[in-house]
Write a protein that binds this ligand. Structure first.
Ligand code: PEP
Ligand code: MG
Length: 324
């Protein structure tokens, strides 16, 4: 089994009828690069940079961050590396930052909200990223975007820092793609408008599910509502992918769902371009995709979005995978 999967390490990810998708990996630190390589991931679809800020007593400096980003970018060469800017708050605390204690941390001061409000911290990270950009194929992604104004403010800071660095004589890569995570229903609902201003979307289902179903992802007593396969969620995903494609942009997914064997045929069928998952799932997904036809998966996905419950969707997927 393992040996058979291992043969796919250097293979492209293609459906049986020849349609390519990108299978990328999620990482938290440069130490995860070994797994990315050994599992044949075609890129990094989510580099969670908050680990640079956690488990220490002070903010990481621009140079410390630069070194970490440079290492990942160099290591990946031409392959895409999507770096997500700081996503602190919610369940992730920083002892040295004195963040507010909140009634509803997941609805509160986290990620881009905190970054836009702590410009020194955010601009330091943006500068480190821009400086590192010359070492590889960097794409920058903002987390927890709810409104176009938030994206515009974050992007404006990025451009300001880029101009400053260029004035200082630093080399910064031109045309770095800048995208957003789709984790909040508002962003999915106006994805057609976002698609005109961003370069790509990456759907963060871990959060998008909890916000769509209003069910805290950490709360056991409402976990029955945490349903990745609910048609409400599938419809949001479809809206996001369709909106991206209409503007010639790409759409990925970096939540846990992207690596789930039941989700893969649905997501290929909906037209998802990039799947980012834990590195250990990449080869399994590559094999699964190679045994299925895109045209069949499209039919499956069309039927799934018309279902009215998770159970119905999963029954369709089961039936399809047994037939295929
Ligand atoms: C997500 O919300 O799906 C995601 C990938 O971000 P995180 O799990 O880090 O919140
Ligand atoms: Mg998230």
């Amino acid at each position: 089994e393992r040996a058979e999967l291992q043969k796919l390490v250097d293979e492209p990810s293609k459906t049986m009828d020849g349609i390519s998708v990108e299978l990328a990996a999620n990482i938290g630190t440069p130490d995860d690069l070994d797994g990315v390589r050994s599992n044949g991931a075609e890129g990094i679809g989510l580099y969670r940079t908050e680990f640079l800020y956690m488990g220490r007593n002070e903010l990481p400096t621009e140079d410390e961050q630069y070194e970490a980003y440079k290492k990942v970018l160099k290591d990946m060469g031409d392959k895409p590396v999507v770096v997500r800017t700081i996503d602190i708050g919610g369940d992730k605390e920083l002892p040295y930052m004195d963040l507010p204690k909140e009634m509803n941390p997941f609805l509160g001061y986290r990620a881009i909200r905190m970054a836009l409000d702590n410009q020194d911290l955010f601009r330091t990270q943006l500068r480190a990223l821009l400086r590192a950009s010359q070492h590889g194929n960097l794409k920058i992604m903002f987390p927890m975007i709810a409104t176009i104004d938030e994206f515009n403010r974050a992007k404006a800071m990025l451009i300001e820092e880029k101009d400053k660095l260029t004035d200082e004589g630093e080399k910064v890569k031109e045309d770095i793609e800048v995208g957003i995570m789709i984790e909040i229903p508002s962003a999915a609902i106006i994805a057609d408008q976002f698609a005109k201003v961003v370069d790509f979307f990456s759907i963060g289902t871990n959060d998008l599910i909890q916000y769509t179903m209003a069910a805290d992802r950490m709360n056991e007593s409402v976990s029955y509502l945490y349903q990745p396969y609910h048609p409400a969620l599938l419809r949001l995903i479809k809206m996001v992918i369709d909106a991206a494609h209409k503007e010639g942009k790409w759409a990925g997914m970096c939540g846990e769902m992207a690596g789930d064997a039941h989700a893969v045929p649905l997501l290929v069928g909906l037209g998802l371009d990039e799947f980012s998952m834990s590195a250990s799932s990449v080869l399994k997904a590559r094999k699964q995709i190679s045994e299925l036809k895109k045209t069949d998966m499209e039919r499956l996905a069309q039927a799934a979005v018309e279902c009215s419950s998770t159970e119905e969707v999963l029954a369709l997927v089961e039936e399809y995978t047994q037939r295929a």
